[in-house]
Design a protein around this ligand. Sequence first.
Ligand code: FMN
Length: 170
Amino acid sequence: MKEIFERRSIRKYTSSPVSNSDIENLLRAAMSAPSGYNQRLWEFIIIKDKNIMSAITEIHPYSQMLKEAPLAIVVCGNLEKEKHADDWSSYWDQDCAAATENILIEAQYLGLGAVWISAYPRKDVVDGLKKLLKLPIKVIPLSMISIGHPAEKKETPDRYDKQKIHINKW
Ligand SMILES: Cc1cc2nc3c(=O)[nH]c(=O)nc-3n(C[C@H](O)[C@H](O)[C@H](O)COP(=O)(O)O)c2cc1C
């Protein structure tokens, strides 16, 4: 699938906004991701407000591209809805990572540029985002995705590495 092979992190954007139909497609892609026990513990915060974008750049040193981005989506896990909370098998972070990757691939398909910005497990970033975005106690930001119309082009290196593959045993 060419969108997977051609996707790169895009951190420079034109000033054009991302359309509402594109935003809906990004969210539909996110919510089509697989999830542990099919619990879909994700929640999504759509950010277009420049003041909030700017405040995030104060919290996270590697999020400066948000100053130019017309859109960010913060992907959060909602542990309030976790039915296996006492179990060892809470998969909220993996659910949210799968949703994040789906957004990146859908963005590539739509001709948009995007980059995954870390949140969890960086405590300073998680705490800063929780305060800024008024997240409930049991809602944890896993990632942010900065999205816009691309103003940079990147090569697509071949990262296939046979040495990473182990047949049957290490
Ligand atoms: C878990 C994770 C966290 C990341 N955090 C950041 C980040 O905070 N800031 C950033 O600019 N890029 C971040 N990235 C993007 C990586 O730097 C990027 O995916 C990597 O360098 C490979 O480049 P590519 O995406 O263009 O293929 C993150 C990617 C992942 C998967």
